[in-house]
Design a protein around this ligand. Structure first.
Ligand code: C6P
Length: 422
């Protein structure tokens, strides 16, 4: 017998872009045993794990330089302020902002978008103005605009998505008009994984004098994102989705736009002078950072950015693409498995259902095998409604995931199908 044909060809396991084992050792949580099985963490779209370098940066701050920022003249406060502001510079460089003054610390993507809806929207959006969103937005890029629109009497318009989970671009070109005040759209869908054609959207919007806000919660952690190249007006993202801590996020804004906006919240730090009856505002970014900020969070995010830069965002993007192609190929051979979203340009997020197995039952089954996935509407109820489903199961990758983990996941999907007798 010809042994060459008898041997089953094994898929290539090694990637030319990065070796996850070089990084997994920095993430102690990846060694956890869950329900007696080694943890496979496929819920990175919801939140990522943290390496020791980030955990240590946070504890170093509390151990050696804990003090409030921008206030004290003493050594600890100066140290804390330097570390906090250094993180702001790292973030500016990471997304290629022209100055760190364009980087505002927030609690996360949701707060960043609320900040713009409140401080920019209330000043510049009036009755009968229109804001263009898409049907594939996360609730965080829908609800703040609904609140604003109801308050000022503006209208929301929606770019539809098609069966393959991509936006209907010609409809966008029809929707934009002299009444449009803003286009706010997700860079990468947290349900479909679709990477939207934002460069084109921004160019067309700018040709009409319309600013663009990008919800970059799922893109900045996974792709190289360059705000100068994209020319977006606002960009929002979260630290916890990019190996940083929870409770810290970023709003990037073009200088002129930030300067022209009202403050978001009142309090310490955001003022220049205060009288009993009125006040004047501090310069950007401090104008938008009322009260004591999340100092440890900002420092932790700076450490996360150092870590991601060491790997290289292009390597991360290419590696995740490889994992996604590998997973999609394997999943496509499973009977009755439907994947939602088939965009040619996509990130490492895969939403699916298997027949009528409920996503909560499937995710519970997978959890019992140590595999963490997300099941539900993914804070995108309008997507579910349009697809006429209640929920999906979703897997989402990061650079520390492996093809071996995908193999185990596929085996467990097959076991689930047997278990549920489907
Ligand atoms: N999506 C998910 O599992 P916050 O919660 O503020 O850090 O991020 C909100 C947010 C905004 N936009 C998009 C595209 C997002 O994916 C998210 C967070 C998580 O999909 C939690 S619902």
């Amino acid at each position: 017998m010809d042994t060459m044909t008898a041997v089953k060809k094994e898929p290539k396991k090694k990637s030319e872009f990065l070796n996850p084992d070089d990084y997994r050792k920095d993430f102690p949580i990846l060694n956890e045993i869950v329900h007696g099985k080694p943890l496979i963490y496929f819920d990175n779209g919801a939140s990522t794990q943290k390496p020791l370098q980030v955990i240590n940066a946070i504890s170093d701050y509390y151990l050696h330089s804990n003090a409030n920022v921008h206030r004290g003249i003493h050594a600890l406060s100066e140290k804390a302020t330097a570390a906090f502001e250094d993180s702001r510079k790292k973030i500016a460089n990471f997304i290629n902002a022209s100055t760190e003054k364009q980087i505002i610390f927030t609690r996360g993507t949701s707060e960043s978008i609320n900040l713009v809806a409140s401080a920019w929207g209330r000043k510049f959006v009036t009755a009968d103005d229109e804001i263009i969103l898409s049907e594939m937005e996360h609730h965080s890029n829908l609800v703040p605009w609904q609140i604003l629109a109801q308050e000022v009497g503006a209208k929301l318009k929606f770019i539809p998505f098609k069966d393959d989970g991509t936006i209907d671009f010609p409809v966008f070109e029809q929707l934009i008009s002299g009444r449009t005040k803003l286009v706010a759209i997700t860079h990468m869908s947290n349900v479909f994984g679709t990477i939207n054609p934002i460069k084109k959207i921004i160019r067309i919007s700018h040709d009409r004098g319309v600013p663009v806000l990008l919800d970059a919660a799922q893109s900045v952690p996974h792709l190289p994102v360059d705000v100068e190249f994209l020319d977006c007006d606002f960009l929002a993202f979260s630290g916890h989705k990019m190996i940083g801590p929870t409770g810290i996020g970023v709003l990037y804004g073009k200088t002129q736009r930030l300067q022209n906006m009202n403050p978001y919240q009142g309090g310490g730090e955001m003022i220049s002078s205060v009288w009993l009856e009125n006040s004047t505002w501090n310069e950007i970014p401090h104008k938008f950072e009322a009260g004591t900020p999340n100092i440890a969070g900002a420092i932790g995010l700076g450490a996360a950015i150092d870590y991601l830069n060491d790997i290289g965002m292009t390597n991360i993007a290419l590696y995740e693409q490889e994992l996604t192609t590998y997973a999609l190929e394997k999943m496509s051979s499973i009977k009755n498995l439907k994947i939602y979203g088939e965009a040619p340009e996509r990130g490492g997020i895969i939403s699916f259902n298997i027949g009528d197995i409920h996503p909560h039952d499937l995710s519970h089954f997978l959890d019992q095998q140590g595999i963490a996935v997300r099941a539900g509407h993914h804070c995108a109820q309008p997507i579910m409604r349009k697809l006429n489903i209640a929920a999906t199961t979703r897997i989402s990758f990061y650079f520390y995931n492996t093809k071996q983990e995908i193999d185990t996941f596929i085996d467990e999907l097959e076991n689930a199908i047997n278990f549920f007798n489907y």
